[in-house]
Ligand binder design. Structure first.
Ligand SMILES: [Zn+2]
Length: 512
């Protein structure tokens, strides 16, 4: 007989991830923590960006009326048969290849049997013995060093529906079920236990998310549950060969929760071991309001699910031609793009990391440089003025009122000395608010269209050369003729030079 606690589904946690860096607060002494080595592996479920479900033609759109995107197949009605969505396999391949996995020619779907109200068939179609891809890796940056984290496997599966416990007329006595999510395609990405701190787990999840976004495999929208994460964590005495007993932590619905839950769990493990106790292998849930993990159920083993090959689907066959075609369609990935930005545009590694934060940001930067702005100047203006104002106004880069061409014009005006940096900032503020161009604002508001010192000097030399008589007068002590030179230089620079600068430069050249 199954206990109530074991009826919880493995896939029932959809909460927003929040991109917030965390602070480590430890109640344990550094000496105590240093005695142990932490071992962490992550399982990430990413919803694949297909229009239709993995085994039927129902829409995968988020937010539609409950139970409106359903059909006999995804409701698991008797007599129906699933048909594999080719696009879902292709999306899985894109992710697998970007994660340096081997995509297998033959893979197979399996039935994972468990009972839960949001799983109408009574089983989930997943991949088990023969996953789509295995043996990959990604590189993470941590404390200024690059570290490789292994990817054990990437497999395809269908999502379950959603149990809704609040917000309805009889929620106090009933649970409602929405089957819209049933059959939505997921890729489950399992890492090797290669991470040794919450920081590394954070860096891994960040990097993985970025790759999935760049490849267009998933929108990774954490608020809509498109990206979900479970962590396997254990500790062992430093130098020990055997792994410690691992605990799976679920409900890690934000980057911050992931870090906090890992910190809590690491200290709990060490506390138990130090007091002579044993860690029991179990699944725990992160409870954000109490700031603790809590036991959920004893960890189910594979045999609990009674896996067997899915009899209603043919094995999946991926030809090498198809695999190569998908590989060719992959975009430049963030790591390669960062290296190229540094070498081609002369910006720092830090700048490159910020500017490749999203594909949209990277595209914008490249467009600014293409429109004629120097790389360093473009990088500086984007990271200071542009990102700050976008952030303050809650706008995405794609909705920026200042386009790449317009920013390039402003950066060029500043870099060529036509306007000062301080004037440039004022001009940028007006551009952002009004959508007008820099040249337009500078002309209309008489912001000097400041002429560079070298241009003033050149004009001064020309004026002086053409007027030897007045030079002689000036040199013989006629101070009044100085105004003549200033006037001529102002005319030559169309009144756009800074008068103070013209005065100083004319006096300097006359004194030569
Ligand atoms: Zn359907």
């Amino acid at each position: 007989m199954l206990t109530a606690a074991r009826l919880r589904p493995p896939l029932c946690y959809t909460f927003p991830f929040a991109m917030t860096k965390f602070a480590t607060e430890s109640v344990m002494s550094p000496e105590m923590l240093a005695k142990y080595e932490v071992v962490i592996g992550l399982e990430v479920h990413a919803q694949l960006l297909t229009h239709t479900k993995i085994f039927c033609g129902c829409s995968t759109r988020f937010g539609d009326a409950p139970n409106s995107n359903v059909c006999p197949v995804c409701l698991g009605l008797p007599g129906t048969l699933p048909v594999l969505n080719k696009r879902a396999v292709e999306m899985g391949m894109r992710a697998a290849l970007a994660l340096n996995c081997t995509v297998h020619e033959h893979s197979r779907f399996a039935r994972k049997n468990y009972f839960y109200p949001d799983l109408p068939k009574g089983y989930q179609i997943s991949q088990y013995e023969l996953p789509l891809a295995t043996g990959g890796w990604i590189e993470i940056e941590h404390k200024g060093e690059t570290k490789r984290i292994g990817i054990t496997r990437l497999h395809l599966e269908e999502d379950a529906g959603k149990s809704l416990h609040d917000g309805f007329a009889h929620s106090d006595e009933k649970t409602y079920v929405d089957f819209n999510r049933c059959g939505t395609p997921l890729s489950e990405i399992v890492s090797e236990p290669d991470m040794h701190s919450p920081d590394e787990a954070y860096a891994y999840l960040t990097t993985l998310r970025q790759i999935l976004l760049y490849t267009g495999v998933s929108d990774c929208n954490m608020e809509e549950g498109s990206l979900r994460c479970d962590a396997n964590v254990s500790v062992r005495l430093r130098g020990a060969k055997e792994f410690g007993t691992k605990v799976e932590v679920k409900n890690l619905n934000s980057f911050r929760y992931l870090a906090k839950a890992l910190e809590f769990e690491i200290e709990r493990h060490i506390g138990v071991l130090e007091s002579g106790g044993r860690i029991s292998q179990e699944t725990r849930l992160w409870n954000q309001s109490s700031g603790r993990t809590e036991p959920m159920r004893s960890k189910e083993k594979a045999h609990d699910y009674r896996y067997f090959p899915e009899p209603d689907l043919l094995p999946v066959h991926v030809s090498s031609a198809w695999r190569d075609e998908v590989r060719r369609s992959l975009p430049e990935l963030p790591t390669a793009m960062r290296a190229r930005f540094v070498s081609a545009f002369g910006i720092t590694a830090y700048d490159a990391e910020v500017l490749t934060g999203t594909q949209a940001l990277a595209d914008y930067f490249e467009a600014v440089v293409k429109a004629g702005a120097p790389g360093k100047g473009a990088a500086n203006w984007m990271q200071t003025e542009l990102l700050r104002r976008l952030n303050d106004s809650g706008k995405e880069i794609s909705a920026s009122p200042v386009g790449p061409g317009a920013l390039a014009e402003l950066v060029t005006l500043v870099e060529s000395g036509k306007i000062t940096g301080a004037v440039g900032k004022k001009v940028f503020a007006t551009m952002f608010e009004s959508g007008r161009t820099a040249a337009d604002i500078v002309a209309a508001e008489g912001l000097g269209a400041q002429v560079s010192d070298s241009a003033i000097e050149q004009a001064a030399r020309e004026v002086i050369e053409k007027n030897p008589d007045n030079v002689a007068k000036f040199k013989s002590g006629n101070e009044g003729v100085f105004k003549f030179f200033v006037g001529q230089v102002m005319r030559a620079t169309k009144g756009q030079a800074n008068p103070q600068a013209v005065n100083e430069i004319v006096r300097k050249v006359l004194a030569e």
